[in-house]
Design a protein around this ligand. Structure first.
Ligand SMILES: [Zn+2]
Length: 285
């Protein structure tokens, strides 16, 4: 009898412990469920970056948009700028001096990553039998301002969409380049007929492999507000270029999608520090 009483007593004493253990288990389950919920993610800054290109695959400097609504400040360019070297070949066709072919006489400059990518692209084109010539590279705000004023004068004050005003030119970023075939070096001007040249077709097909996009595509004139320019390539980095070219976008459309993704990410409680450098707002007119 004593033993039974002892056992019962022991059981009674154990009850609170058992109950507590059960409580703990329940709490654990609740925590797990809570941890997976979206509300919790927002509170702890674990919002998901829901965009086709990962943040780590984009450089804010390389996706900068320059147009008449997004004007660059005087003196701005993406650093560092380097001098473009002239390609020199040995008699056997091997490279003596690494660089690109020039279509003009004067020294040109480009942002360093853009320059390296252009060398790689023109090397690859040459291996496929096409020679690409660089006609225009980085342009300062002042140079662009002079060009724009001259163009207006020539057109009796009318902006014909061929020369951007100061601050609006992709060339001021240091990431834009006009690349043309040999047959167009002596041409008086450039126009969309150049797109038929095999060099331009090669470039449209392969430029994204080197981080370039066709900056002013044929079917996007209403968005870019610039005429189709099959020669103007813009460096944005390989992941962004691949996404833009595969989806037939222009940089304006890409920027629109990117800014929307940033807004959504921040609204979901995302870390502002991670996206801040990508935020670009249009100038007020
Ligand atoms: Zn250009």
């Amino acid at each position: 009898m004593k033993r039974i009483i002892c056992l019962l007593l022991a059981l009674i004493l154990m009850l609170p412990v058992l109950a507590a253990a059960e409580d703990e288990e329940e709490l654990d389950i609740e925590e797990t469920i809570d941890g997976e919920s979206e509300g919790d993610a927002a509170e702890t800054g674990e919002a998901v970056w829901d965009f086709p290109v990962a943040l780590e695959d984009m450089n804010p400097d390389f996706v900068i948009l320059a147009n008449k609504h997004y004007l660059l400040e005087e003196g701005f360019y993406v650093k560092p700028l380097v001098k473009v070297r002239k390609l020199k070949l040995n008699k056997d066709g091997s490279v003596r001096t690494e660089g690109v072919r020039w279509a003009v006489g004067s020294q040109m400059k480009l942002q360093e990553d853009c320059y390296k990518a252009l060398v790689a692209m023109s090397d690859a084109a040459r291996e496929d039998g096409y020679n690409l010539y660089l006609k225009s590279a980085y342009r300062s705000w002042r140079t662009q301002n002079t060009m724009y004023k001259n163009r207006l004068k020539k057109n009796h004050g009318k902006d014909d969409g061929w020369v951007s005003k100061a601050g609006a030119s992709d060339h001021q970023t240091g990431l834009g380049a006009d690349v043309i075939p040999k047959s167009w070096i002596k041409a008086a001007g450039m126009n969309s007929k150049m797109a038929k040249e095999p060099e331009c077709q090669w470039m449209a097909e392969h430029c994204s492999e080197y981080g370039f996009i066709i900056r002013y595509p044929e079917d996007k004139e209403e968005v870019t507000e610039i005429n189709y320019e099959p020669w103007h390539v813009r460096y944005v980095g390989i992941p962004v270029a691949t996404y833009i070219m595969e989806n037939g976008l222009c940089l304006e459309e890409f920027n629109g999608q990117l800014q929307q993704a940033i807004e959504d990410y921040l609204a979901a409680g995302g870390d502002r520090k991670k996206v801040e450098a990508f935020i670009q707002k249009p100038d007020e007119e």
